[in-house]
Design a protein around this ligand. Structure first.
Ligand code: AMP
Length: 462
């Protein structure tokens, strides 16, 4: 082997973020912070409190809350044995392999389900778990909670679809199912989007009935789908049996005409559900919230009922849903709690940011640049520069203090490159006279200032 080749092999390999995950970098992170800060502020004005949840929960929680048969639980969840039980898990795995008894999909034969952990694919399950665990039904109802953070779904990555992505999630639990609550939750997310200047926002709403009327509709839909089965694609054919409502989600061009002729749930709601839906629309009207009805907007899970909604925005291509939500009055009970009304939504923060970046005249470019660059030369000047940086930062200014001495010409070049607005020049002369030089980089104007005047002077210029 030549020396060159050996060297190449010795070189440590570079790492990359795992496929479907990504780094969020400055200056874009400033926008993430602004979005999150605005959500904190808007949600607080609607009486919501923040809950911070663990990122890991028992697999069983999601299997029950999201649904064993959903793609999320079936294919996309990151599940692993409790690390404290790894060695036990592998011992049993080896044992069952050597006996030839292990089959795929029987992980829980190797460890009890309570020892299997998943990275959360969504937040509602965790919020409901916490509501029950902390006896929140004893608090004044309803309890209004929101949370934000990373979620994990091992889907095929594409624009607007990641394996680690971020959601801002809000839930109202307990109390009544008054239509005003549905409308207020929707009003809250629309207010946030408006405050952020999100463009092309469209709210789609539907009612999907309840345990009383939906099963009958699903059977009718199944029967109608059977009649046109041959004309449907493979996915939809399968869903006729497993989850006929999901057929309505199909984006397949060849199925669109067929779907348009299927029976619509709106014509099959029971009296209570029809009244509730009409009242939600009325309440939205009272709040000046514009909506479009979309009868194909459904959720396949049993505990979802009545109001469902989705919000789309501009600049996102086919993955244009920035928020999905709905009522889920049966969920808390399904997780071992008392019968509890519930409604909530999840905003896809990655997509929200993408849309803001694609459409808004984002204030990002200037946000991150240092306001003031301190060009210093000499030991005495360095001590003064440290003091100046501390005072300016305490007053809230962004300050860049170079860690090593630079000639003034180089320092000013660097300040320019960083997009600084001002350079504070501190050399022997400035330190001994107490007269500092402030240079405005755009026009080269120089001013002499005393140390005590600097902060006030800068404030006036902003
Ligand atoms: P869901 O929890 O499936 O109702 O999704 C709520 C919102 O989260 C969607 O409208 C999307 O904006 C966002 N979302 C869901 N899955 C992903 C993903 N894999 N990558 C990025 N955003 C996602």
């Amino acid at each position: 082997m030549s020396e060159g080749a050996a060297k190449k092999e010795d070189k440590p390999r570079k790492f990359q973020a795992i496929r479907g995950t990504r780094d969020l970098l400055p200056p874009e992170t400033a926008l993430w912070n602004r979005v999150e800060q605005t959500a904190h502020e808007v949600f607080a004005t609607f009486g919501f409190g923040e809950i911070r949840l663990p990122i890991v929960e028992e697999v069983e929680l999601f299997a029950r809350a999201v649904g064993q048969e959903t793609d999320i639980v079936n294919k996309e969840m990151c599940t692993f044995p409790n690390p404290m039980r790894f060695s036990e898990f592998y011992r049993r795995l080896r044992e069952s392999v050597s006996k030839g008894t292990n089959e795929m999909g029987t992980l829980t034969d190797l460890l009890p389900e309570s020892e299997m952990i998943s990275l959360r694919p969504e937040a509602t399950a965790g919020v409901c778990r916490a509501y029950v665990e902390h006896n929140m039904q004893q608090l004044p109802q309803p309890v209004k909670l929101y949370t934000m953070g990373p979620m994990f779904r091992w889907e095929r990555p594409q624009k607007g679809r990641y394996r680690q992505f971020y959601q801002i999630d809000a839930e109202v639990l307990g109390g009544t199912d008054a239509p005003a609550i549905d409308a207020e939750v929707i009003e809250m997310v629309m207010t946030l989007f408006e405050r952020l200047g999100l463009e092309g926002v469209q709210l789609h709403i539907n009612s999907i009935g309840d345990r009383n009327c939906r099963p009958k509709y699903v059977e009718l839909l199944r029967a109608e789908l059977q009649k046109v089965k041959d004309k449907l694609g493979a996915d939809s054919q399968r869903r006729i049996e497993t989850n006929p409502l999901r057929v309505l989600d199909s984006k397949l061009e060849s199925e669109q005409k067929i779907i348009e002729n299927l029976p619509r749930i709106g014509d099959h709601l029971c009296q209570d559900c029809a009244t509730h839906y009409a009242a939600v629309k009325h309440e939205l009207g009272l709040r000046g919230v514009k909506y479009q009805e979309n009868w194909r907007l459904v959720r396949g899970l049993d505990y979802y009922m009545r109001t469902t909604f989705e919000i789309t925005a501009k600049g996102l291509g086919s993955q244009n849903a920035v928020c999905g939500g709905g009522r889920y009055d049966g969920l808390v009970e399904l997780l071992g709690g008392p019968p509890t009304k519930g409604i909530g939504f999840a905003i896809g923060e990655d997509r929200l940011i993408l849309s803001l970046l694609e459409t808004a005249h984002s204030p990002l470019a200037t946000r991150h640049s240092p306001l003031l660059y301190i060009a210093w030369m000499g030991e005495k000047a360095y001590t003064t520069a440290i003091r100046a940086a501390k005072n300016l930062r305490n007053a809230g200014f962004r300050v860049e203090l170079p860690p090593v001495e630079q000639k003034f010409g180089k320092a000013l070049g660097q300040a320019d490159k960083l997009g600084a607005r001002f350079a504070l020049i501190l050399g022997d002369n400035e330190v001994s006279s107490g007269e500092w030089t402030l240079k405005t980089l755009a026009d080269g104007k120089q001013e002499k200032l005393g140390e005590s005047d600097l902060v006030e002077h800068l404030k006036k210029q902003l």
